[in-house]
Design a protein around this ligand. Structure first.
Ligand code: FMN
Length: 372
């Protein structure tokens, strides 16, 4: 029952994928998850090509099992925003708000225009293909290109892509991808869409409603993401027709995740109602734990800079916040599954525990369903 079509397709033992979370999913986490029989996915966003290649080789030193690399194919990753096009008043308004946090953190204030980001995407894709990484995981995809999928397949690279709507799932399937991840609104981190919708509410179909619709709409295996952190979630996802699950928040709360300790501690302390969708951290909609920065920025009415430029502008704030172990000015991306997390085990243990729990849940299902 738990050895699904996804396991056969990707050559993994358990139908559990670990999200390739930017700055968090390094070789330690990835190798640990893959060694435990799941699919570890290395973060590739904003990683210079040489560093990405080293990371891939490091994973290979530690495990012979399949693993993946994740990239965003967002319009502003394909073509970074030219910061010269941002009006002076917008830059000034955003920096004025960020300066309030800089003053509290005791770091220099600035009114400077952030630099235009380098276009790293083509070289990152080249590295993935040259290294013949087993799985290329894509998210925030602007255009589902058949040509890119064909290039991957020609190198023996499988493509797993994450979507938030049935239409996007159909477009992804038409491009030839091997697996589709259905990301429900409960999910932590960024909404997996290729542009920026006008409001956070525009991308919010829940996992429970989204997964079966995508399962009905496409022929390829579907993986459920968003709100899943234990064996109950895995069994529920399989009942909806998914062939596996992809988890982010659960793996942030693991020993190998490279995040500040205060973030892991916050995951243990908070319930699901502590998260909200905001664009103040990166300029794109993402679900994160609410903190002073997310709340004050929103209520201030200060402008938010374009996608990823906002992140670049606030980077010194995040660095100081991390250094000072101050959780109030740091983006702690997290899903509603935070309320299900009560421990900080090793990532391999997370995989083993979910599989064990799923067996127990399934065995107890008839009895539980009849509990008066
Ligand atoms: C801290 C964090 C960072 C994330 N970064 C990425 C990323 O870089 N690329 C990506 O495809 N998805 C990323 N995600 C989203 C996950 O792929 C997935 O949709 C989500 O974690 C599922 O919901 P969950 O957090 O409840 O498990 C991230 C999620 C979190 C929590």
């Amino acid at each position: 029952m738990f050895r699904t079509a996804l396991c056969d397709l990707l050559g993994i033992e358990h139908p559990i994928l670990q999200s390739g979370m930017g700055n968090i999913a390094g070789p330690d986490l990835v190798a640990e998850v893959s060694s435990a029989g799941g699919l570890g996915i290395l973060a590739g966003l904003n990683v210079p090509p040489d560093v990405l290649r080293d990371g891939i080789r490091e994973v290979r030193k530690r495990t012979s099992r399949p693993f993946g690399v994740n990239l965003w194919l967002h319009e502003t990753v394909e073509s970074p925003v030219d910061v010269a096009t941002i009006p002076d008043t917008t830059v000034a308004g955003a920096q004025r708000e960020l300066n309030r946090y800089r003053e509290r953190l005791g770091i220099p204030t600035t009114s400077a225009r952030p630099a235009t980001l380098p276009a790293l995407l083509p070289s990152a894709i080249d590295v993935i293909l040259e290294e013949r990484v087993p799985v290329f995981s894509t998210a925030l995809v602007r255009h589902h290109h058949a040509e890119l999928v064909q290039r991957c397949h020609a190198r023996g690279v499988k493509v797993v892509t994450m979507v938030t709507t049935v239409d996007a799932a159909r477009a992804a399937a038409a491009s030839g991808v091997d697996v589709i991840v259905a990301q429900g609104g409960e999910a932590g981190g960024h909404r997996s869409v290729g542009d920026k919708p006008a409001s956070a509410e525009a991308v919010g179909i829940g996992t429970m409603a989204l997964v079966p619709q995508i399962v009905d709409a496409v022929q390829v295996p579907v993986v459920a993401a968003g709100g899943i952190a234990d064996g109950r979630g895995l069994v529920a996802a399989l009942a909806l027709g998914a062939t596996g699950v992809l988890l982010g928040t659960r793996f942030v709360a693991s020993r190998e995740a490279t995040v500040p300790e205060f973030w892991k501690k916050a995951l243990l302390e908070h319930e699901s109602d502590a998260t909200a969708i905001t664009d103040v951290f990166t300029g794109l909609w993402a679900r994160a734990l609410r903190n002073t920065m997310s709340e004050e920025y929103r209520t201030s009415g200060a402008p938010v800079l374009p996608p990823l430029v906002q992140r670049a502008a606030a980077f010194d704030v995040y660095a100081a916040s991390a250094k000072q172990q101050n959780r109030e000015y740091y983006p702690m991306f997290s899903g509603q599954s935070v309320g299900l997390i009560h421990d900080l085990p090793g990532a391999g243990e997370v995989v083993a525990t979910i599989m064990r729990e799923a067996q127990d849940v399934l065995a107890a299902l008839p009895r539980r369903a009849n509990r008066g």
